[in-house]
Design a protein around this ligand. Structure first.
Ligand code: ZN
Ligand code: ZN
Length: 477
């Protein structure tokens, strides 16, 4: 909660969107809109469904008209307020940002993270104004940094393109001042060591050791998170803000289901993910990618498309499938998220309550209000050593398709089934080599999760069992 909105504004906002009996804020939000939607229909003109005064964006902006859904039925001002409102509601009701925080915004150059950056900046700017205006200056203004993870070693871009893109990002970040924001451009290989050459070799070999297109993409996503965590911990950041939106989460829900990650899915789709050293927050969880794209074009927020990678393998198939569903019915993505939102979250899906600040009380209120009962039974150290997904303790059921499965339970306490199938090498003899290529932070996770078991036990088990056949895997491009 930022100091400015912690007072009047946030509570006004909360009242406005507090419809009880609905678990996630999305549902509240949609419901309050539904009522006005019907009102909007009856006026029979091109008037905004919210203020009923201005013309709709469908009439005034071609981009909004093309976006479909309800976007075009707002006027530009109401659309903007509505979107920022969803962001602010997510932030305040989940205690994502407190005055004492230093938040690191992960910036890829895409429209989602661009909007996340913009909104965090607007919130910070407001907090700064309030600070300057207040007499006692008791509430500090939260700090903001921006991080771009340079993956050019994996996705080689023309160096001109990359330089241009990084310059553009620098301009974007420096234009969002005051308050000034630190900007980090960090290559992925830095997770190994500050010495780029060493890390470069190891990273290239690690990525090359994963033959599956989906596995490769998933591994890179985990590495991205490790990079962000490293930047945050080395520079004193207390939260990491991701631009993950409803559309992205809807795809993730289906991807995780297909990959057999149903048990851990609930962990990934909440507002807060504090399983990491630096908690990760998703303030755009209730915003559609269409809305974020529309805002970028409406407000001329520059995005950097040249570095965006198309998704591949299972992930690619599913994103195009979800896009298709969404085209068919503009509320599909929200419905998928809302349905998956009924899964019980984990104990780490809220900001840890070591709080000296008053931020966490908002989170507690919300927990009570929506009756969220986190899954407390899970031992905190039981996480996949590759993707950090929580692991189910009795994982015998996940041994389907493995011969001699009963004797290899130990192996399965170290990696989730998805990482088993898609990322770990099929040939047990290459497992040691693969393990040696992992960055230390992943190896640490492995040590944590297995307590007294060490890698030699793991390798031993791998030798004794037959590794899964690759028949059921989807090969990517
Ligand atoms: Zn309006
Ligand atoms: Zn995993």
């Amino acid at each position: 909660m930022s100091c400015n909105s912690g007072t009047c504004q946030s509570s006004c906002y909360k009242d406005e969107y507090s419809v009880t009996d609905q678990p996630p804020a999305t549902a509240n939000y949609e419901r309050s809109n539904d009522a006005s939607l019907r009102g909007g229909d009856s006026n029979g003109q091109n008037l905004c469904i919210k203020c009923k005064v201005n013309e709709t964006m469908a009439a005034t902006h071609s981009a909004a008209a093309a976006a479909g859904g309800d976007i075009g039925r707002f006027c530009a001002d109401c659309f903007r307020n509505n979107l920022f409102g969803k962001f602010r509601f997510a932030v305040t009701s989940n205690a994502m940002i407190t005055p004492s925080d230093k938040v690191l915004v992960a910036f890829s150059g895409g429209s989602s993270s661009r909007v996340a950056l913009q909104f965090v900046h607007e919130m910070q700017q407001k907090a700064q104004k309030n600070f300057d205006a207040s007499r006692d200056r008791s509430l500090p203004v939260f700090g903001v940094g921006v991080a771009y993870i340079n993956e050019s070693i994996i996705f080689p871009a023309a160096s001109n393109d990359l330089n241009q893109a990084v310059n553009d990002m620098e301009l974007i970040v420096s234009s969002l001042a005051p308050p000034e924001k630190q900007f980090f451009v960090v290559p992925t290989q830095n997770i190994y060591s500050p010495d780029c050459a060493v890390g470069k070799n190891q990273l290239t070999e690690l990525v090359a050791a994963v033959s599956d297109a989906t596995g490769k993409e998933d591994l890179l996503e985990h590495l991205r998170m490790l990079s962000l965590q490293k930047i945050a911990s080395e520079n004193g950041y207390t939260k990491i803000v991701l631009g993950t939106c409803t559309s992205r989460i809807a795809s993730h829900v289906l991807e995780a289901t297909v990959k057999g990650q149903g048990f851990s899915l609930a962990a990934d789709i909440q507002y807060v993910d504090a399983r990491w050293e630096t908690p990760v927050v998703l303030p755009l969880r209730d915003c559609l990618s269409e809305e974020l794209n529309t805002l970028c074009s409406l407000d001329s927020l520059k995005t950097i498309e040249v570095l965006q990678q198309p998704r591949s393998g299972i992930n690619g198939l599913i994103s195009s499938f979800v896009q298709l569903l969404q085209k068919d019915n503009p509320s599909r993505e929200s419905t998928i998220l809302r349905t998956a939102g009924k899964l019980t979250p984990f104990h780490f899906n809220r900001i840890p309550e070591d709080g000296h600040d008053n931020g966490h009380s908002a989170s507690q209120r919300r927990q009570r209000k929506y009756n969220l009962k986190p899954n407390e039974s899970l031992p905190p150290k039981s996480f996949c050593f590759i993707c950090n997904s929580p692991l189910k303790k009795s994982s015998n059921t996940s041994l389907d398709g493995f011969e001699n499965g009963g004797t290899s339970a130990g192996l399965y306490t170290a990696a989730c089934s998805s990482c088993q199938y898609q990322i770990l090498p099929k040939d047990p003899s290459s497992l040691e080599y693969f393990y040696s290529l992992l960055p230390k932070s992943m190896a640490d996770l492995e040590n944590d999760s297995r307590n007294n078991h060490n890698i030699s036990v793991l390798l031993d088990l791998a030798q004794k069992m037959q590794w899964p056949a690759a028949g059921s895997r989807i090969k990517g491009d």
